[in-house]
Write a protein that binds this ligand. Structure first.
Ligand code: SF4
Length: 253
């Protein structure tokens, strides 16, 4: 057994909620380069030792092997999985060579070179990413850094398009996500999205307390938990732009 050193919070052998219309074996890795104020997995993002540990890869592979007939993807999320891209690449290679099946990575798409290496080697079959709008509010960095990260995000989308990888584009909706704002950004990235054969846009509420425990509860009091009417308005706009859309609603609204 190769000595693969990945730090993560664990895995779920069968999940119905992590990739649209798919069953996944979901693995949570630790570490992240963003500081999104709403992040509900922030303990993973900051490598909190209460949640993060060196994973038992042998056990992980045994359990994945046992579950492989039931799942569509090994889905790797976090945190930001590409922070540990080298060891992740070793894991995905091992899975591809010894277990088989498709792989999916949930990434913030701002780590261009790591993604490029994994895609070039054919190790990733599906990408999920958030479209966080506007980046200077949502990334948790100053405006200049957020603007650089946004450029990397656009390059990441270009890469996904170039490799023809199916994409699940999730739009987390805040109380201030007006349909016009979402449309403005979708038009900006339309040149990349139009080249992606298999694309679904997921409109979903950004949830705060009491459903999640966000990194910055005060920020979330202001921005999180939009009402369902806003989700419908955004979904209508996205549909009019020609995208296939799925809306995930907040049940208690
Ligand atoms: S929401 Fe995602 S990208 Fe943002 S800090 Fe959390 S794990 Fe990182």
């Amino acid at each position: 057994m190769e000595d693969i050193r990945l730090v993560g919070a664990g895995w779920k052998n069968v999940s119905l909620v992590d990739v649209v219309d798919s069953v996944t074996f979901t693995l949570w890795l630790c570490g992240c380069n963003l500081r999104c104020p709403f992040c509900h997995n922030w303990k993973l993002a900051v490598n909190n030792p209460e949640r993060c540990r060196l994973l038992d890869i042998e056990r992980l592979l045994d359990e994945l092997n046992a579950a492989k007939m039931l799942v569509d993807y090994l889905h790797v999320t976090g945190g930001e999985p590409l922070v540990q891209w080298y060891e992740l690449g070793r894991l995905l290679r091992l899975v591809k060579n010894n277990i088989g099946g498709r792989t999916s990575v949930n990434t913030n798409l701002t780590l261009y070179s790591p993604l490029s290496r994994l895609l070039k080697e054919g190790l990733v079959d599906h990408i999920a990413t958030d479209l966080k709008l506007p980046p200077e509010v949502m990334y948790g960095h100053d405006s200049e850094t957020a603007s650089k990260l946004w450029s990397l995000y656009e390059r990441g989308l270009m890469l996904v398009a170039d490799y023809g990888v199916p994409l699940e584009l999730r739009i987390p909706i805040t109380k201030f996500s007006k349909p016009a704002l979402v449309a403005e950004y979708l038009v900006k990235i339309q040149p990349y999205l139009s080249k992606i054969g298999k694309l679904i846009v997921v409109v979903q509420p950004l949830l705060g307390e009491p459903v999640t425990t966000p990194r910055d509860p005060e920020w979330c009091k202001l921005f999180c938990n939009p009402d369902n009417g806003l989700l419908d308005g955004v979904a209508e706009t996205v549909t009019k732009l020609g995208f296939r859309v799925r809306v995930k609603k907040w049940l208690s609204s």
